[in-house]
Design a protein around this ligand. Structure first.
Ligand code: GTP
Ligand code: MG
Ligand code: ZN
Length: 292
């Protein structure tokens, strides 16, 4: 019996990373019957077999510390959210939605803004202004110019990190640059659509170095908000959360009330206008959703 981590599940096979190497395994009928689906990142026990088509059987999935639906991964320590400065153009509202999902899941996030080589210094400063006060670590990178890679390596070291971001942002390219090998397939940006073409099709856990793994996943262009009360949204914006309980009204929504500490912070530049607007948009969406 060996213990390992599921790297990926494709076509009924599970590829399990162990100290002795990677084994191609089947999951026992047990899982199928209970409609339990092993996820990439699951820690498991395998039994080695000696049949022709498989090397082992996954006989047990160990308890998960967490699991996400999008991307479908288990046991992650943090999320790395990768957006591009250009090509595809960043949609910050989508980044905010992903951050909210991670806040709800209690998982820390690092923001990586890739393709820095395509942007002017002023554009980088603009992104820093919007996200610099959020408390999230913000790393600018360029695979083309090998920028920011050491900072990324440091942020990932010793952790299991899930990567997310729009198709074409350069998720697989960044992973290849980190391992200094063309491990993951990368794709072009469609000139006509101005976005990526979903080059990565499966979620896969990649071994980077000792105790350090990263998930590559297909990009997404929409992110559903978690099921939550609008009143809890402030908790999902770290730069707003710090002012909790400091508004005049205990149930202040920070949208129209007087003596609002969040509005004061906005005026003082402690919260960026873009992040505040994103809060207000999503707040509205959450209240409207509850009326259905
Ligand atoms: N200029 C520039 N291009 C980059 C950079 N990083 C990646 N690219 C290019 O962007 C394109 C898309 O990169 P991928 O790594 O396939 O993007 P992805 O996020 O994995 O996309 P999906 O797998 O579809 O989700 C490729 O043509 C890369 O060569 C960068 O830092 N600068
Ligand atoms: Mg990819
Ligand atoms: Zn308020």
């Amino acid at each position: 019996m060996l213990e390992g981590r599921i790297l990926k599940g494709i076509g009924g096979f599970y590829y399990v990373y162990t100290d002795e190497g990677v084994y191609q395994c089947r999951a026992k009928g047990l899982f199928r019957k209970k409609s339990f689906k092993p996820l990439a990142g699951d820690r498991c026990r395998i039994e080695l077999t000696h049949t022709d088509d498989v090397e082992g059987n996954v006989v047990e999935i160990l308890p998960r510390s967490n699991a996400l639906i999008r991307p479908p991964v288990a046991n992650i320590d943090q999320a790395l959210i990768i957006f591009a400065m250009h090509s595809p153009e960043p949609v910050w509202g989508l980044l905010d939605r992903y951050l909210i999902t991670m806040e709800r899941a209690g998982i820390g996030a690092v923001i990586c803004i890739n393709k820095d080589d395509l942007a002017e210094a002023a554009e980088q400063a603009e992104v820093s202004r919007i996200y610099g006060k959020t408390g999230y670590r913000l790393i600018f990178s360029s695979v083309v110019e090998s920028d920011g890679l050491d900072e990324l390596r440091e942020a990932l070291d010793g952790k299991v990190t899930s990567v997310a971001g729009p198709s074409g942002a350069g998720k697989s390219s960044v992973i290849n640059a980190l391992v200094r090998k063309d491990l993951m397939e990368t794709g072009e940006i469609s000139r006509k659509l101005g976005r990526g073409k979903q080059t990565t099709r499966h979620t896969e856990l990649v071994y980077l170095w000792e105790d350090t793994f990263i998930f590559d996943s297909p990009g997404f262009s929409a992110m559903e908000l978690p099921d939550m009360e609008a009143a809890n949204l402030t908790d999902c914006y770290p730069e707003m959360r710090q002012f909790k309980g400091q508004c005049f009204y205990a149930d202040c929504t920070h949208t129209h009330e007087p003596d609002c500490r969040i509005k004061e912070a906005l005026d003082a530049g402690e919260i960026s206008r873009e992040r505040y607007d994103s809060y207000a948009d999503i707040y509205k969406e959450l209240t409207e959703r509850r009326n259905y």
